[in-house]
Design a protein. Structure first.
Length: 475
């Protein structure tokens, strides 16, 4: 078992102030494969001090200097991307094709997007006798989740570096190894001491200390809505900016003019990718009541073709879910669907045949789900799909919007104009037509309890900037 005893603070790997360790479990084997240290308030104090000192100089770096730094990071990341993929495969059980594909490649894409945004953004302009400046907000605290670990780290760190901020990152304590590799990549790339700092630890200790710390100017959090509320409350006393990307329960509105069977098939696979552990997964599939049987047959066939298994094995589509805690939560929600008389089409309780070890969940589809059912309202974060019927387009829109979440939505239609019109009526931060999703230059964030603020591209850069108006210029 490999050990990672140190934190990255002020350009060095340093021991925690108070020694305490945590085993990291591979969810495919249920066995520890690594051990990390977990931090305390004292470690946060040290990282904040380093970041505040570094900010004085780094915030004055030119656009060209920051561009050169990001390009150095990109070069090193591309060379070491295999280490990132291996870490993700071990820490969260992502299949090889996913860990070494979309999961690790997102780091490259976010770095490229930050470079592009940095070189197209107008940081200062004169306007009607005023100077309008965009300046780095300061020291930023970042808390990231386990489900797309590098995606969420890179989508925060890259624009923060581009903006001229300094930062402290607390990755998920469940899947921290890819973050440690990422920190070493930044060190190799020559990121100045104190600009980037990493502390591992629990949300209730390190996360709380960061959120409440008066030396941190902004908190950027991705995770559960419950966690986001805790960060916001802790940050309130110091009136720091809080950016949040939280939970989701995304509706997939399959309109009557769509190829129902084809849209359902693609929707099942799309939703179950990453074992359903994506905050924007289309977990509520809405189909016309008149086409419910067609949808059920297509969903059953699609779910039966989803292959769960060992992340190392060829042909595996989904791996385990992240932990025993998550596995048990999903089992309870599947049971609730059964108890509330939803139609269990495929899957259900327990593990798939032949997968006794590992936190594997059967690809599961419920049909004839209604809005009051628990599986229609709660974020399950597993390969569990709820198919819901609707009467007409207005009813579909009402059902889709009947959620406390609003991160993403999907519309399937053979008519682009019709799909775009319906998309405009859905209360979500991103709406994807026929499963065509955005890239790292597309703003990402949610309505309602899915958060506030936007990440990615120019919008991600602006999250880390303050706006200053200088007046009194001679005309």
């Amino acid at each position: 078992m490999k050990t990672y005893p140190d934190f990255y603070i002020n350009g060095e790997w340093v021991s925690p102030v108070k020694p305490e360790t945590l085993d990291i479990v591979n969810p495919a084997t249920e066995q520890p494969f690594a051990q990390i240290s977990v931090g305390s308030n004292a470690d946060v104090d040290a990282a904040v001090a380093a970041a505040r000192t570094a900010f004085v100089d780094y915030s004055d770096w030119s656009v060209q200097q920051r561009t050169d730094l990001l390009e150095n990071i990109l070069d090193v990341y591309q060379r070491r991307i295999g280490e990132i993929g291996d870490a993700i495969m071990s820490e969260m059980g992502a299949p090889r094709y996913l860990a070494h594909g979309a999961q690790s490649v997102t780091g490259i894409n976010h770095l490229k997007s930050a470079i592009k945004s940095l070189n197209t953004f107008e940081f200062e302009r004169e306007m009607d006798g005023k100077i309008i400046r965009h300046e780095p907000i300061g020291v930023c605290g970042m808390i990231t989740p386990w489900n797309w670990p590098i995606n969420q780290i890179a989508s925060k760190v890259s624009p923060a570096i581009a903006a001229g901020c300094t930062m402290i990152l607390k990755p998920s304590e469940i899947a921290p190894i890819s973050a440690i590799v990422f920190a070493d990549i930044l060190h190799e790339a020559g990121v100045p001491a104190g600009v980037f700092n990493l502390i591992n630890g629990y949300g209730v200790t390190v996360g709380e200390a960061m959120s409440a710390h008066p030396g941190i100017d902004m908190m950027s959090f991705t995770g559960s809505t419950r966690g986001g509320i805790a960060v916001a409350k802790a940050a309130a006393d110091s009136v720091k900016r809080v950016g949040q990307e939280l939970g989701g329960k995304s509706a997939n509105v399959i309109l009557e003019d769509a190829d129902i069977a084809a849209a359902v098939d693609k929707g099942v696979h799309f939703m179950m990718n990453n074992s359903g552990q994506s905050c924007n997964a289309p977990t509520r599939m809405l189909v016309p009541h008149s086409k419910m049987q067609v949808a059920i047959e297509a969903a059953e066939k699609a779910a039966n073709s989803v292959v769960p298994g060992d992340p190392e094995s060829e042909g595996v589509e989904i791996g385990p879910v992240i932990s025993d805690t998550q596995y048990q939560k999903i089992q309870k929600l599947i049971q609730s669907g059964i108890d509330e008389k939803a139609n269990l089409v495929v899957g259900g309780l327990g593990k798939p045949d032949g997968l006794e070890s590992g936190y594997y969940v059967k690809p599961t589809v419920f049909a004839n789900v209604t809005s009051e059912m628990q599986i229609a309202r709660e974020e399950i974060f597993g390969p569990v799909l709820a198919i819901m019927g609707y009467e007409d387009e207005a009813d579909a829109i009402d059902i889709a919007n009947d959620s406390e979440y609003g991160l993403a939505a999907y519309v399937c239609s053979e008519n682009q104009k019709n799909a775009t019109r319906v998309a405009g009526k859905l209360r979500a931060g991103q709406v994807h037509i026929n499963y065509k999703t955005g890239d790292t230059d597309t703003p990402f964030g949610g309505y309602k309890q899915s958060g506030n603020g936007r990440e990615k591209g120019l919008w991600g850069l602006q999250e880390f900037l303050e706006v200053k108006a200088i007046t009194g210029l001679d005309n």
